[in-house]
Design a binder for this molecule. Sequence first.
Ligand code: SAM
Ligand code: SF4
Length: 339
Amino acid sequence: MTEVTTKKADNQLIDRFGRTVNYIRLSVTDRCDLRCVYCMPEKMKFVPRTQLLTLEEMEQISRSFIKLGVDKIRITGGEPLVRRNILQLFNKLGEIEALRDLTLTTNGTQLKKYARPLRDAGVTRINISLDTLKADRFQAMTRIGDLKQTVEGLDAAIACGFEQIKINSVVMKNYNYDEVENLVRFCIDRGIDISFIEEMPLGENAHHDRAATYCSSDDILSDLQQHYEIIPTTEKTAGPTRYYKLGEHPDSRIGFISPHSHNFCDSCNRVRLTAEGLLLLCLGQEHSVDLRHIVRANPGDRDILEQAIIDSMQIKPKGHDFDLNSQEILLRHMNLTGG
Ligand code: SAM
Ligand code: SF4
């Protein structure tokens, strides 16, 4: 990737490497009703509520991003559906015409209640995290979860007719690697997609040795090739997923998110906003801008906020430096970063 002069078209965010940013992931809370072993420690210390952005501030910041060319927002967390009054934000964002894609990543526990109102609000696609189909394993991997609740939530979402429903599975050796084929079969039976994710070293993790449990996407792919005709595609959904088609099952696709084995930074088009209002320019680096401070110090001043967003493009790093044997991003777990 060669560095190019930063230029700003009228409504475009372009970084120093010529990458256009048109996608923001918004973490609406760092809290969660589960404690997945790869995501956070069992006794996670959450951010005090007073430090969180209000839903109104999130809407204001989202509107500024949209004015600057962002047309895709993914709501994430923590578990977004445990944030009080969260539908209010979905309803407001769903009304914005220039927002082409309003999506959600959730653990599914609350979807029985929320799937229909989310669809009505204009949510187009949902990613639901599900790493195992075995109830005892599900409880072990989430520390407190109930598999039935997540599967019921998933089925409720399928019944609402979203444009895409996708399962996200973080695959780890000695945990769920042996279930990859079952997970694919589960998705084929429901006519939905699945993405397999390589675990990222975010936040200190005393639970397991990330290098020892690492499972490469290429290993998963070659295992699946024993069972299915797997056809590469160039299909994209704005995120880092590489998709494959399944020859005999046209309603399901298999995706891979492979930060270690297939670096995706060259085509990065996204930034993240933490629940505290920190604009993170890269998932795997600390470069950030405190938008909460800017919004609160300059109430109602959209120009200052938009200039800060434009200026942030100057510090978007070239890429992450993930190393499974070290924990460079010690303090920021995935629930805070917004996966
Ligand atoms: N609570 C929601 C959920 O679980 O879908 C949304 C937030 S969660 C942080 C977003 C995604 O990040 C999930 O698919 C989860 O499996 C994934 N994730 C969490 N920690 C991860 C890690 N250390 N490496 C890779 N993916 C991770
Ligand atoms: Fe919660 Fe999602 Fe993290 Fe699991 S991955 S602990 S569900 S935020």
